[in-house]
Design a protein. Structure first.
Length: 173
């Protein structure tokens, strides 16, 4: 059996950033499934240093468009999830943990027939501060990413040819 027939592997390989969505709302049970997938991501010392804001209010989604040059798709998305981290809970590792939670949301979305797009926030201090202000993040909680979600209004083919010999090293460089 080829591993490429495995459903999980195929969801990973077929996942693409989707930036065009149908206006159809995402049911609450689907949103809960996405969040359940997020909190099952691995974390350093099982710290689970995250918080999530589910954004389905059109005015709030439209505000996101103005917070970053990379979030224009929010104008169409019926839903977004803001992933925020608590650096003091796991100094040095909370970024990795929030990244794993973000990826779990993307993969769960793909498996549920949703399109998604990961928009980075962390790493740009002004952007982090703006997201924190707009969404009322308390002190000690930092915006990490915002994920646009919706039923896709575009299809993208699998990205082929990414695994190249020159990026693989065995035992050392």
């Amino acid at each position: 059996m080829s591993l490429l027939t495995n459903e999980t592997i195929n969801h990973i390989l077929d996942r693409r950033s989707i930036r065009s969505y149908k206006p159809e709302a995402i049911p609450a049970d689907v949103v809960e499934t996405l969040l359940t997938a997020a909190v099952h991501a691995p974390t350093a010392r099982n710290s689970q240093p995250w918080q999530f804001i589910v954004i389905d209010d059109r005015a709030q989604l439209d505000k996101i468009v103005g917070l970053s040059p990379y979030t224009k798709m929010m104008a169409q998305a019926p839903l977004a999830i803001l992933v925020a981290g608590m650096p003091e809970k796991c100094p040095g590792y909370w970024v990795d943990d929030c990244g794993a939670a973000t990826q779990n949301i993307l993969l769960a979305a793909k498996s549920l027939g949703l399109g998604s797009c990961w928009c980075g926030i962390h790493g740009t201090p002004d952007r982090c501060a703006e997201f924190g202000r707009v969404f009322g993040l308390p002190e000690g909680v930092v915006a990490y990413s915002v994920i646009a979600l919706g039923y896709p209004n575009e299809e993208k083919p699998r990205a082929e040819g990414r695994l190249k010999p020159e990026i693989i090293h065995h035992n050392n460089w």
